[in-house]
Ligand binder design. Sequence first.
Ligand SMILES: [Zn+2]
Length: 260
Amino acid sequence: MAKNYHILKITFLGTGTSQGIPIIGSDHPVCKSSNPKDKRLRVSVLIEWNDFNYVIDCGPDFRYQMLRSGCTKIDAIIFTHEHSDHVMGLDDIRPFYFKQGDISIFAHKRVLKSLKKRFDYIFATKNRYPGAPSVHVNRIKNKPFKLNDLEVVPIKGKHADLQVFGFRFLDFAYLTDMKTVSDKEIEKLKGVKILVVNALRTQPHHSHFNLEEALGFIEQVKPEKAYLTHISHLLGFHDEVEKTLPNHVFLAYDGLQLTL
Ligand SMILES: [Zn+2]
């Protein structure tokens, strides 16, 4: 089959904040909603490019997200940061590891240190537990790197005091868990056609953009279309919130697919 180096297919594997929606035991109307778009697993996206599959973040819902999306091969996992809702599914790379061998992971050195602490057995070099998966570690800095032949540009931001990475692939960019992004980093987003950015809720939050901040950020970047993710139940019902957004801004939802 002819390769097309300009086409990306994006699948939103999860669009919820750290507890997911519904929250266990919650009586909040959004948690009780029967609309499938109000049910959000922890944030992650699958990016398909030619025959390659890349996943951004690997949270506690990773196993179910792989089953639900039908993804049967992973060429790399790229981490934004080390919070639990973004990393705790790493053990579930086992079925991929058994079939493919070591799984490539890409992360900042601080994130790698945290992964080594949480999943010591995955990184162990001696007395390895039989059946433990193993990874091929790629340390990333704030400069472009390649996934196969696809260039990835990290976008550095702050999640309160923690540095996090968003990523640009061709004309698509994915940023989550951002609270502040410098003008210099925003420059790297110029010309993106599709921007995904986090919007937690209406009220301000110390480490995430609220809706107003996310819309302001979109206004600065000026993509053709923007999708909001890492959503809390406190943002409201999917269908109602979406009606209030500018024409080129949408709420992402689990299972949404985009091609560009
Ligand atoms: Zn998060």
